[in-house]
Design a protein around this ligand. Structure first.
Ligand SMILES: Cc1ncc(COP(=O)(O)O)c(C=O)c1O
Length: 379
């Protein structure tokens, strides 16, 4: 197994060698940012590594409160809840909202955290076809008894395919059902999508009552932990009815302080987001030029390549040998991966155009040789 010997960024040291890094989720390259590191070190001097208890048991502190205050400002909400991992956000929403719905409808490709959260909610779960509003409509009609309220849950951006859920279509459909709820796992859209970076609901123009999302500070934001923002009444409801926020130790202080610094940085400057979108548009255009014509034209920094008759494992290795690091995700090994597997390319705001050009050029060469080897093996 490989090992990372530096902070992840556009240039990362892997196995002792500096490479062009196009993996993971540090879309702004903030994990190695000096402001975040200084904030973490400074807070650790005062508070140590972690509180060693939950927030209800004296584990609350000014750094955690600062993250929540900044997250509330970032999402233009009254209040925010900060907890130990984005993974738990769906469970917190589904437990916290338990009195407000009867049946969960989940996208068939939803992330593990969505399905684990649904299992913890102990309510009936119906899966609908991936990103398919018509199938959702059929399943709603076939399942709901009079007076029952649905809760539809989906990833906002799917982690491997980079597809954006059709949230505006879901919103239109569900606005006709009294009390219907939409919950979005926005792990890959937090700070990335929407003019204000508020995620896929903002990007899709969906807002209002009973439209919720959970985000993460562990990916693009460069810190650590999960956040949910909303009205004070809603956040208090989650705290009261979910066992998770107060049944876990609080987020370690260095990670929390780095997260607060990152949120401030992202609020101070929208330039990072614009730079990311520019790089994404540039990279997608370049990949289209070498034949990947079906790459969707969205600002999502995930490019999913699934060329036919190419040994994708060999392609990843060939690129790695050339100092270009992308991720081969075999079919069925993760959520939202095409059956034949994929090469997942993550674009960062900090990649230079030259790095992107080098990757695309090596990808073309690598595909030729990986394709030849597939033909040679099949003879
Ligand atoms: C769609 C999705 N949701 C949730 C998570 C978990 O987020 P975190 O790493 O902040 O726990 C991931 C992580 O990979 C993810 O891809």
């Amino acid at each position: 197994m490989h090992h990372m010997d530096s902070a992840p960024g556009a240039k990362t040291i892997i196995d002792g060698r500096e490479v062009n890094y196009f993996c993971g989720t540090g879309y702004f390259g903030l994990q190695g940012n000096t402001k975040l590191i200084n904030a973490a070190c400074h807070a650790m001097q005062q508070y140590g590594i972690a509180s060693g208890t939950s927030r209800s048991g004296f584990g609350n502190n000014a750094v955690l409160l600062d993250v929540e205050e900044k997250a509330a400002r970032f999402f233009e909400a009254e209040q925010a809840l900060y907890y130990v991992s984005g993974y738990l956000g769906n469970a917190i929403l589904l437990q916290g909202l338990s009195a407000d719905y009867e049946v969960i409808f989940a996208d068939a490709e939803a992330h593990y955290s969505v399905m684990d959260g649904a299992a913890m909610a102990k309510k009936p779960v119906v899966r609908f076809a991936h990103c398919d509003v018509e199938d959702l409509q059929r399943k709603l009609t076939a399942t709901l008894k009079p007076g029952q309220r649905p809760l539809v849950i989906t990833d906002g951006v799917f982690p491997t395919s980079g597809a954006v859920a059709p949230l505006a279509d879901y919103d239109n459909l569900l606005s006709t059902i009294e009390g219907a709820i939409i919950c979005v796992d926005d792990a890959h859209a937090t700070a990335v999508l929407g003019l204000k970076g508020q995620g896929s609901l903002e990007y899709c123009g969906v807002s209002g009552e009973r439209r919720y999302s959970s985000g993460t500070l562990s990916k693009a934001v460069g810190g650590h932990g999960g956040v949910i923002a909303g009205s004070s009444a809603f956040i208090e409801q989650l705290k009261k009815h979910s066992s998770i926020p107060y049944g876990t130790s609080s987020v370690p202080v260095p990670a929390a302080a780095a997260s607060a610094a990152a949120l401030q940085l992202l609020m101070d400057s929208r330039a990072l987001r614009q730079q990311l979108w520019d790089n994404v548009a540039y990279a997608k255009a370049a990949f289209r030029q070498i034949g990947f014509t079906d790459i969707p034209d969205t600002p999502v920094p995930i490019i999913c390549l699934s060329p036919s008759a190419v040994d994708l494992g060999k392609l990843q290795q060939t690129l790695f040998d050339k100092g270009q690091v992308v991720l081969h995700v075999p079919g069925g090994s993760y959520t939202s991966v095409p059956k034949s597997g994929a090469i997942r390319v993550a674009i960062f705001s900090t990649h230079s155009k030259q790095q992107i050009d080098e990757l695309v050029a090596e990808m073309l060469l690598g595909m030729e040789s990986a394709r030849c080897s597939v033909f040679a093996e099949s003879k």
